[in-house]
Design a protein around this ligand. Structure first.
Ligand code: NDP
Length: 325
């Protein structure tokens, strides 16, 4: 028997329960991974609360982890038992000692990348890969605004932007978070609890404003974010930490300067094996070169997944958070 977190109804963190199950055998095209570290992500909270519907209930939770291949189904040629692997996509259920998922979502880890590092960056780091390298192919010299700059995704974005020669202005909610983001390479930070974000961006950019705004906060920051853009700038709305952006009048993009807007997701970018491998090569490259380091800010035992989610939703975490099965 093996431990697994599941939920039978959506709601507050208490709906998460720790159960014991027989690990499922991998079917055709699947592998079973014995998790050594599991990634905690804001998207897990969206599934728990029902903002994103789980395909069925009861449901497992989590899509990011790293560990060792423990069993392989028929028709799988690129993986074998004993391989060190990581994943960030596939069915919900990574919050578990064993996770069975399609083999084409699983990649072999380079020897130099530890399980905790991988679990702390597969979903978040691949997200930063597509945000900075594909959604808007930054070349260096641009100025961008990145919300939640001391968080999991944000900490990786600060470092990667510095490496690309991009001026990243990060928003944060405390001085400690500002220091962390700056240590990670943010060019400047704005504490939105004390400062007016638009005015501060205007000052910092001498009125030029930003080429791109990366907004994972959603409802609370939508309009502020648009106001931080240059004419014809790009608004990348990629999360809903404060709730989803709804009822948008598209005319606002005209009023605020012929702006562009996109609402991307990792599954929309890593949608083929070839694209997943290309993105992983890029991510593993910046990790192995030391240009990006994964800061594991918090570790919780798997059984304390609810507590970990409370901390993440309560803005109490920095960097990546992992669950240890
Ligand atoms: P973070 O570690 O960044 O935690 C969220 C942070 O958001 C908080 O620490 C807090 O930072 C900030 N925040 C602002 N407003 C709120 C609010 N009302 N409630 C809670 N937090 C708030 O989380 P992740 O790194 O896991 O994810 C970051 C974001 O990226 C999430 O919105 C997530 O959904 C999104 N995402 C999107 C993906 C995609 O492909 N579309 C993939 C991966 C993540 P502060 O205190 O400094 O304000």
């Amino acid at each position: 028997m093996a431990k697994r977190i599941q939920f039978s109804r959506t709601g507050s963190p208490e709906v998460l329960e720790l159960i014991e199950v027989e690990p499922s055998s991998p079917g055709t095209g699947e592998v079973r991974v014995r998790n050594r570290a599991v990634g905690l992500n804001f998207i897990d909270i969206y599934f728990r609360t029902g903002l994103y519907p789980a395909p069925s209930l009861p449901s497992g939770l989590g899509t990011e982890g790293a560990g060792i291949v423990d069993a392989v189904g028929e028709g799988v040629s690129h993986l074998q038992p004993g391989d060190r692997v990581a994943y960030a996509q596939g069915p919900l259920g990574a919050y578990a000692e064993y996770h069975t998922l399609p083999a084409d979502k699983v990649v072999v880890l380079p020897d130099g990348i530890e399980f905790e590092t991988a679990a702390g960056c597969m979903l978040k780091g691949l997200t930063v890969q597509y945000l900075l390298r594909q959604t808007y192919p930054l070349e260096g010299g641009e100025t961008i605004l990145f919300h939640a700059a001391a968080g999991g995704v944000g900490s990786i974005a600060c470092q990667w932007a510095r490496e690309l020669g991009v001026k990243l202005i990060g928003t944060v909610s405390s001085r400690e978070k500002a220091e962390l983001a700056e240590k990670n390479g943010a060019w400047a930070t704005i504490d939105y609890t004390k400062e007016d974000v638009v005015e501060r961006v205007r000052e910092l950019t001498h009125g030029e404003m930003c080429d791109v705004v990366y907004d994972s906060v959603g409802k609370d920051t939508w309009e502020t974010s648009l106001d931080c853009l240059k004419k014809r700038g790009l608004m990348v709305s990629f999360g809903n930490a404060s709730g989803p952006v709804e009822n948008v009048n598209i005319g606002i993009l005209n009023q605020k300067g012929s702006l562009y807007v996109t609402r991307p997701s990792l599954n929309g970018y890593a949608d083929t094996r070839e694209r997943l491998e290309m993105m992983c090569n890029d991510l593993f490259g910046v990790l192995e070169s030391g240009k990006v380091k994964i800061d594991i800010g918090q570790r919780y035992p798997l059984a304390e997944a609810a507590k970990a989610q409370e901390a993440l939703a309560g803005r109490k975490t920095t960097g990546s958070t992992i669950l240890i099965p």
